[in-house]
Structure formats: C-alpha cells, structure tokens
Design a protein around this ligand. Structure first.
Ligand code: KIV
Ligand code: NA
Length: 277
C-alpha cells in the first residue's frame, strides 16, 4: 500500500493527473474515502456545520479538530490526512500556531495542516514548514472570516481582488506550502493561479482547471445538509436512504415485526423449565 505524499501530489500536478480530495470527520467515512481512492482527506472545520450543528465554522476549537482527526487517521491507511487549524488559530503568536499544529500531527496523527486566510499568514506558514509541518494554504472564500466578509460570496471577481489573490498564492508557495485550496474564485482566476504556481491547487467552486477538487463529504452525499451551494454535485441521497431505513425500523418495532425469529436466540426447554424451580 503506497501512501500518498506531498511529492506524489506535486508529480500529479506535473502529469496533469487530477487530485481528488474530500472531507471526513470520523472513522467509517475516512475508511470509505481511503478505500475509494481519495488522495487527500481533510478534517475540515466544516465539521462544525456538518456534524456539530453550528451555523458557521467559527465555534470550532482545536480540541474538536483533534478529536475528529484521531478518528479519521485510524481509518485512513493510504490517503494523506490534513487537519484544519480552526478559527483565528493561525493568527495567534508563532508559538501558539506551532503548538496547535504540533498537536494535530503528534496527537492526531495528521500528515499536515491547512491554514485559512487571504493575507498576512506567510510568516506563520514559513515557521510551520521550517519546523517540518506540511502546510496547505486556503484562499478565496474563507469561511472563518464570514462575519468579517458579511456572507459567503465568490472572491476575486474584479481586477484588484483577483490580482491580490494571485499575489497571495505566490507568497504562500514561497512560504513553503505544499498545496493551496482555492474556494469560490472564478474559473479564469483558478486557471491563472494554477498555471502560475508550481504547487498543486485544489478547487472548490473554482472551476474545472485547478489541479484537484475538494468537496465536503456531507454535501456530496446529501447527508443531513440543509442547503447545497451551487458548485456541489450531489452523488447520493443518504438523508433519504437513512430516513427511510430508520422510519421502517420504528414502524417494525411498533408493529412487532422486528425482531424476527432469525434475530433471536433460545435456551433449551429443560433450562427454561428449571428457571421456574
Ligand atoms: O472545512 C472544509 O471543509 C474546507 C474545505 C471546504 C476546503 O476547508
Ligand atoms: Na475549513
């Protein structure tokens, strides 16, 4: 079993072999993703909205990410596991950023971390990579900044913001990142950044021309998601499948159709009689 490495991902970019990435937050989903041939599994802070019931990723803590990372790394044998640094963590002191990332790798078993932010993080990324911590950048729409941005909108649609994102992508590569997530930028900007930098770009809502794609597990499978952004392709309807299964179970319990004879074990008549002494 050959494990995915940052070196392999770089080669995939050169060979124009697309990189498939998906989020996962627990053992069974990580195991399935790994066995399905996913290259990168992200323990995203989207765990906050998909699994923990928050209405944004802001409340997610390092303890939350660590807890889910441990479960994911037990299930992923081949895929490269990246864990998100949660809200504002990357903007704390160099020491604190290093400590958080170290925990995700040493305690959580992650291969590396993802750092979300459109500017001002290059010195932090540099100190992490200097310490041997692989870093994935994340620019464009950065959900941790939703309160500051005022909503979830496409980024880089005009010349100035597009230019700023391109410059930032170059700086993130120079700081030593091994890959870069581009979230919700126009396809043309995704293409330009992908052609400009030599590390792989992973797009979400950023068109067909990035080096790879990422989707949120629960979006792709319609598992509990109340709303899907327009860039999501829903490959299965788990909510419907699970709902029908559980509803049937409830009905069968109430109508005494479950358990059936095959689900039951018996004792001998002799033993039974002896219970009545
Ligand atoms: O948390 C997450 O799911 C992410 C991806 C959308 C890239 O950061
Ligand atoms: Na995230």
């Amino acid at each position: 079993l050959r494990k995915v490495t940052t070196k392999q991902l770089r080669q995939q970019k050169k060979d124009r072999e697309p990189i498939a990435m998906i989020t996962a937050y627990d053992y069974p989903s990580a195991k399935i993703a790994d066995e399905a041939g996913v290259d990168i599994i992200l323990v995203g802070d989207s765990v906050g909205t998909t699994v923990l019931g928050y209405d944004s990723t802001i409340p997610v803590t390092i303890e939350d990410i660590l807890h889910h990372t441990k479960a994911v790394t037990r299930g992923a044998k081949r895929s490269l596991v990246v864990a998100d640094l949660p809200f504002a963590t990357a903007h704390l002191s160099q020491d604190e950023v290093l400590r958080s990332a170290t925990r995700l790798m040493q305690e959580g078993g992650a291969y590396g971390v993802k750092v979300e932010g459109n500017s001002g993080l290059t010195s932090k990324i540099n100190s992490l990579t200097t310490a041997g911590i692989p870093v994935m950048g994340h620019i464009g729409l950065t959900p941790q900044s939703v309160n500051q941005l005022g909503g979830y909108a496409y980024q880089g649609k005009d010349r100035d913001t597009a230019k700023r994102l391109l410059d930032e992508a170059v700086r993130i590569e120079q700081a030593g990142a091994f890959a870069l997530v581009l979230e919700c930028v126009p396809e043309e900007l995704g293409k330009l950044i992908t052609e400009t930098i030599s590390i792989p770009t992973i797009g979400i809502g950023s068109g067909k021309l990035c080096d790879g794609q990422v989707l949120v597990f629960h979006d792709l499978l319609n598992f509990g998601a109340a709303f899907h952004p327009s860039f999501v392709k829903v490959y299965s309807d788990l909510s419907k499948i699970i709902h029908e299964a559980v509803r049937t179970y409830v009905k069968e319990v109430k109508e005494k159709q479950f358990p059936e004879e095959k689900h039951v074990r018996h004792i001998t008549e002799e033993t039974f009689d002896s219970l009545y002494g």
